[in-house]
Design a protein around this ligand. Structure first.
Ligand SMILES: *Cc1c(COP(=O)(O)O)cnc(C)c1O
Length: 392
């Protein structure tokens, strides 16, 4: 088959079934009043939860680091890319997570791929929640381990898989801490108990929890008062912390092992100085300005209650990620378009990101939304929701 034909046919099929994706252009910073595809909209789809990506101290730190060290990462960390800024950041994030040590990767995606591929090999077993983030599934696949999925948060099925596992091989249970498209929490205390009972490792992806969930934003393991040293805690600097990069926190031995074995760390260029300095500054701001978090949760709770009062089905969300259930993907696409026309941007989340028939609009308030922004967004959601018969 000619390559060009293959591309065109694939794209035509995606369009036909309503699952074609295209890139929108953001022409402003990711603040509540963003300029998207030439239109001013209320932005409800950014993970810039605390506005740290635009915080003056974070920006200043990034600018200063660029002046001091230049723009590029310039080599792998194992060659000559391991700036002192990495050491400062990793000590800080380890302290923040209550772990012995931590290591940073170029992105959360790279952290999951590198860590899972290093931890597991053919013959090992990976136990995966059906709704886990794609990067966790990809990492497990890349490792060559056997994959077994269990129904979302079904601890009975997880236990059944563990009972059948080979105790001479490695077994890893891996889960989102806060599920990225549903906004609910993994039952970590039960999972940790099962991991302990069956001698399995437990890895928690706190991409959406880092910076906002648990005391001081320390994440879900902290929230459940879990045993930090026995859990492999992964997180990102790219969401609430407003920068870029992924990290893994855990025992010193785990971290040294990853520095040696994680291919996405060994064979990729270090992060640029500006990014490391921004992550550092974001953690400092988070610890020094606790009102930022309080304000964020006040906004989230107001918005969430508003949606619930209107009768929206929030799909069991327990956190700041607020999905509203629409159902079929063509209707979700139409719904998102109607919101956009009214001046609110929150995209439709469709398969394969979420299971068929559960397409949704995923709303994420930010600390920087004003009361007026939130009320205006609720007004729009009321009008559009009624028009589509999603609420009454
Ligand atoms: C966003 C996300 C990632 C990937 O992190 P990036 O820093 O964006 O590469 C991994 N896991 C989960 C659950 C996420 O939501």
């Amino acid at each position: 088959m000619k390559m060009q034909t293959f591309f065109e046919e694939t794209l035509a099929t995606l369009k036909e079934i309503g699952l074609y994706r295209h890139l929108r252009t953001l022409e402003s910073s990711p603040t509540p009043h963003a300029l998207l595809d030439g239109k001013r909209v209320l932005l409800f789809s950014s993970n810039n939860y605390l506005g740290l990506s635009n915080h003056p101290k974070v920006i200043e730190a990034a600018v200063q680091a660029t002046r001091d060290y230049g723009t590029g990462g310039t080599a792998s960390r194992l060659i000559s890319g391991n700036l002192k800024l990495y050491t400062i950041l990793e000590e800080k994030i380890a302290r923040f997570k209550g772990s012995e040590a931590a290591v940073t990767f170029s992105s959360g995606y790279a952290a999951n791929l590198g860590t899972l591929q290093a931890l597991l090999g053919p013959g090992d077993l990976a136990l995966i929640d059906k709704l886990n983030h794609a990067s966790l599934i990809d990492g497990c696949r890349l490792s060559g381990a056997r994959l077994r999925t269990y129904r979302h948060k079904d601890m009975g099925l997880l236990k059944a898989h563990l009972e059948r596992s080979d105790s001479k091989r490695k077994t890893l249970i891996v889960t989102d801490g806060i599920f990225s498209m549903d906004g609910d929490l993994a039952p970590l205390p039960e999972m940790a108990a099962l991991a302990e009972q069956y001698g399995a490792m437990l890895m928690v992806d706190d991409a959406h929890a880092t910076g906002v969930w648990g005391e001081g934003g320390r994440g879900t393991v902290h929230f459940f008062k879990g045993d930090h040293e026995n859990v492999i805690q992964m997180g990102t600097f790219s969401k609430a912390l407003g920068s870029l990069g992924g990290f893994v926190a855990g025992s010193r031995a785990l971290i040294d092992f990853l520095v040696n074995e994680a291919r996405s760390l060994v064979y990729s260029t270090a992060l640029p100085p500006s990014v490391l300095a921004a992550s550092n500054a974001a953690l400092t701001v988070l610890e020094g300005e606790p009102e930022l978090l309080r304000n964020f949760w006040k906004k989230v709770n107001f918005f969430k209650e508003g949606l619930q009062e209107m009768g929206y089905d929030l799909m069991g969300s327990q956190t700041h990620i607020l999905p509203i259930r629409i159902g079929d993907h063509p209707q979700a696409t139409e719904f998102a378009k109607a919101l956009f026309d009214e001046g609110l941007f929150a995209p439709a989340i469709r398969p394969p990101t979420v299971p068929k028939g559960t397409s949704r609009i995923r709303l994420t308030p930010m600390a920087t939304h004003t009361q007026e922004d939130l009320e205006q967004a609720l007004d729009i959601l009321k009008r559009v929701g009624r028009k589509f018969g999603v609420i009454h």
